[in-house]
Design a protein around this ligand. Structure first.
Ligand SMILES: NC(=O)c1ccc[n+]([C@@H]2O[C@H](COP(=O)([O-])OP(=O)(O)OC[C@H]3O[C@@H](n4cnc5c(N)ncnc54)[C@H](O)[C@@H]3O)[C@@H](O)[C@H]2O)c1
Length: 398
């Protein structure tokens, strides 16, 4: 497989921020035209406002990743950031400053009572996402959450789905891979019929565990790898909107002490998990999350269909007249942000879905279809690769 430099995260983001990445070095950015050129083409597109309305947003969570302020809500012309919150006072103050907001609450639970707030971005710790989103929805507010939608629990998935369905409000999971340039292009090509049926796909989240990343109450310590599957599974579900139906998975351990039996609260012995899924269109898909491969930190994927394939943003296949695969423009002032410039796209998608009163791209059904298969894959790995069925989350028939 060819390298896909679009998705190597930290080194690339760092070089780009210094303006040191040349068009040549960034080859494979957009149908072979280079990532920098693809970005240029995106910037040449003119953003057209759909409304002058401002959605009143609350933001929660300014932890290790500083995610609360990372999606550009505070810069979006259709957003008024009304209030922010973090349990830790210093973080709460820093989030206020970063969002240029003068109101804060000491917790999400207090913030959701503010009747001015219409929508909340939940950027709290992963174990709390489902509970926090349910709390927001029960207070009559739309919600966008950082990944994953639920944390290792099928019960949480059922409860979250019920809360979204009962509320009739917008729910969106901010899966960054879904708006990376390559995944965006694959989705456009798939929708235009450029692949036909996908025979096979691959999604990869390699995050070499050189040192333990911090986290609220230590939720990252010993985390089962495929409880955090969505950066990978987006390269099938986020391309096709189709589903995984069954899985078998292999786990392995590269020797990190916190992943020894009994050394973590999940009783998880694996640093690396590789899963093979059957898909609802009769194909297969290999999805992984690995922490043990030295020096490798990347999120990427590739898709192989009856009419063509993509690894990066370049299409190889027989289809003609393919659509524009460059991502839409962002409102002036909204930064593209991290993870392949996906952050601005995600906040814009969420806000636009509220204004246009339509489903956001990564709605509850897509979010669970990207998250739950990883939970089942981990169960399979614990059973030495037994094949297990994946629960399906259907939209109620009208
Ligand atoms: N590419 C990606 O999509 C990506 C990358 C990094 C992180 N993430 C996700 O972003 C989220 C945030 O990551 P992080 O590393 O900053 O998390 P973290 O664990 O470091 O911090 C979570 C923060 O939430 C706050 N919080 C928890 N409960 C709260 C409550 N009830 N009210 C107010 N504040 C509360 C905590 O005080 C803490 O500061 C995580 O869920 C993570 O999975 C996604």
């Amino acid at each position: 497989m060819s390298d896909n430099p679009v998705n190597f995260m930290y080194r690339r983001d760092f070089l780009e921020s210094l303006g040191k990445l040349s068009v040549g070095a960034a080859a494979a950015g957009g149908f072979g035209i280079g990532a920098a050129r693809a970005r240029e083409r995106q910037e040449q597109k003119e953003w057209k406002p759909v409304s002058l309305r401002k959605v009143r947003v609350g933001i929660v969570g300014y932890g290790v990743c500083r995610f609360g302020a990372a999606f550009g809500f505070q810069d979006h012309p259709n957003v008024d950031v009304v209030a922010v919150s973090d349990l830790i006072p210093d973080r709460c103050d820093a989030l206020m400053k970063a969002c240029r907001c003068d109101k804060s609450y000491e917790s999400l639970e207090k913030m959701v009572k503010d009747k001015r707030i219409e929508a909340v971005f939940v950027a709290t710790d992963a174990p709390s996402h489902a509970r926090h989103c349910i709390e927001v929805l029960r207070h009559g507010k739309h919600v966008m959450t950082a990944v994953p939608a639920v944390f290792g629990s099928i019960e949480q998935a059922d409860q979250l789905l019920e809360a979204v369905q009962e509320s009739g409000l917008k729910y969106m999971m901010a899966e960054t891979s879904c708006f990376r340039p390559d995944c965006y292009a694959m989705r456009e090509v798939y929708r235009a019929g450029g692949f036909g049926r996908l025979i096979y796909s691959e999604g990869e989240y390699y995050h070499f565990h050189s040192k333990q990343i911090g986290s609220f109450k230590g939720w990252r310590i010993g985390l089962p790898p495929l409880w955090y599957p969505t950066h990978s599974t987006a390269y099938y579900v986020g391309v096709t909107g189709k589903r995984f139906t069954s899985v078998f998975c292999c786990g392995s351990n590269c020797g990190i002490p916190s992943y020894e039996p009994g050394a973590n609260k999940y009783n998880n012995p694996f640093t690396d998990e590789v899963a093979l899924f059957k898909t609802s269109e009769g194909g297969s898909s290999r999805m992984l999350m690995c922490k043990g491969i030295n020096k490798l930190v990347v999120e990427r994927g590739r898709v192989f269909g009856e009419k063509g394939w993509m690894d990066g943003t370049e299409y190889h296949g027989v289809a003609k007249d393919l659509p524009d695969t460059i991502r839409p423009p962002l409102p002036p002032g909204v930064p593209a942000g991290g993870h392949g410039g996906s952050h601005g796209q995600l906040s814009n998608e969420f806000i636009t879905s509220i204004i246009e009163d339509r489903e956001p791209l990564v709605n509850i059904y897509e979010a669970l279809a990207m998250t739950v298969p990883g939970i089942i894959a981990h169960q399979s790995a614990l059973k030495d690769g037994e094949t297990l069925a994946i629960p399906q989350y259907e939209r109620p028939k009208a």
